[in-house]
Design a binder for this molecule. Structure first.
Ligand code: CA
Length: 359
């Protein structure tokens, strides 16, 4: 109906009523309905950056919403197991979760691309992709599971891992037992390694007892805390397998849709804020932690030989194509990721690479 016709047909009384409700609306909104939500995470209690980050997010939402939306956070195992987060949020047992999409590779293979891709994008690249169509695709992939995803943290460039022996050539991966999840694990398997999946709490003991020969985790700040330097002397870089791992906020879709628009936006903004803070914290802590590992704990810092990295890159490309061929959603996400990476092109090589080389 055109506005002119509307005015003619509804008359002055209707206009007064409309005006009155427009004035009254902000009061109704400010009081609003309040919501009590639970959030589960895949992280151990008090784990810096990841668990403390989820708690900061909840605190910020509680405060910014003036307690209209109150979120209570439970660490991994407190309410559901660390790897039970996806099912708990999807099934509506809880409203929210903090985790990493590549943990769900078994049920949603395409989810792996939203954490990190071997030789893929760094933190800036991941954030850029998600802001340029990647998040819309992620929402599509999660929709059948009654989930809304939001990026809520990035580890930045990870380290290549801890090894009990030196890695001189690709052949050294043959028979190597390594704890390495996600698409990176597929590449190590292709190189002849045996991939072992272990929860964080079991890695140190397995490495110390020689049940595994190598492990990756995150970067110096977290790795120092995990104590891996006591069990394996060689610390390799770069983290070719996880060049910028994105962490996820999972929201039950029905719960999200039940929120008024302003609270939905508040959740989105707090997640985005946490996305940046997480990266800041890792970047701020990694340099000092690396120095402590090398200077105080005499860790042998090593760069993978160029020839090894070049061969791993070839294997990574083969692995990604195979994964994409095995699942239509993975094929779609892989195609979008590759297209974006190509569009980003060599800007980083022109901008940041020479800058770092100059420092
Ligand atoms: Ca990792």
């Amino acid at each position: 109906m055109k506005r002119r016709d509307f005015l003619k047909k509804t008359g002055a009384a209707a206009l007064c009523a409309a005006g009155a409700s427009a004035v009254a609306a902000p009061n109704v909104w400010a009081k609003g309905k309040s919501y009590r939500w639970n959030m589960v995470t895949s992280w151990p209690p008090n784990l810096p950056v990841l668990q403390t980050g989820a708690e900061r997010f909840a605190r910020r939402v509680n405060e910014m919403s003036r307690e209209r939306l109150q979120i209570k956070v439970f660490a991994g195992g407190e309410l559901v197991p660390p790897m039970g987060v996806f099912d708990a949020v999807s099934g509506g047992t809880v409203e929210m979760g903090s985790s990493a999409a590549y943990y769900w590779a078994g049920k949603v293979p395409a989810a792996q691309w939203f954490t990190s891709v071997p030789f893929g994008l760094n933190a800036q690249g991941m954030n850029s992709w998600l802001g340029s169509g990647g998040l819309a695709l992620w929402e599509e992939i999660y929709a059948p599971f009654n989930l809304v995803p939001r990026p809520m943290g990035n580890t930045g460039m990870q380290m290549g891992g801890w090894f009990r022996r030196e890695m001189h050539s690709l052949d050294d991966f043959k028979g190597l037992k390594m704890r390495i999840p996600g698409l990176g694990g597929k590449v190590v398997a292709k190189a002849g390694g045996t991939v072992v999946l272990l929860p964080g709490a079991e890695i140190f003991t397995s490495l110390e007892r020689g049940m595994i020969d190598a492990t990756e985790w995150v970067g110096p700040m977290h790795d120092l805390r995990m104590g891996f330097y006591k069990a394996a002397p060689y610390y390799y870089y770069p983290g070719w397998h996880e060049p910028g791992s994105c962490l996820e906020l999972l929201i039950n879709k029905k719960a999200y849709q039940s929120l008024p628009k302003d609270l939905q936006m508040l959740v989105d903004c707090a997640a985005m804020e946490n996305n940046i803070w997480t990266l800041n914290e890792f970047e701020a802590g990694n340099g000092a932690a690396l120095a402590e590992l090398v200077e105080k704990h005499q860790v042998k810092l090593r760069c993978f030989p160029d020839a090894v990295l070049q061969k791993l890159k070839v294997l990574a490309e083969e692995s990604l194509e195979e994964e994409a061929a095995a699942n239509p959603d993975s094929a779609r996400v892989h195609a979008a990721f590759k297209k974006f990476k190509k569009e980003m092109g060599s800007w980083g090589i022109v901008s940041e690479k020479p800058y770092y080389e100059m420092l």
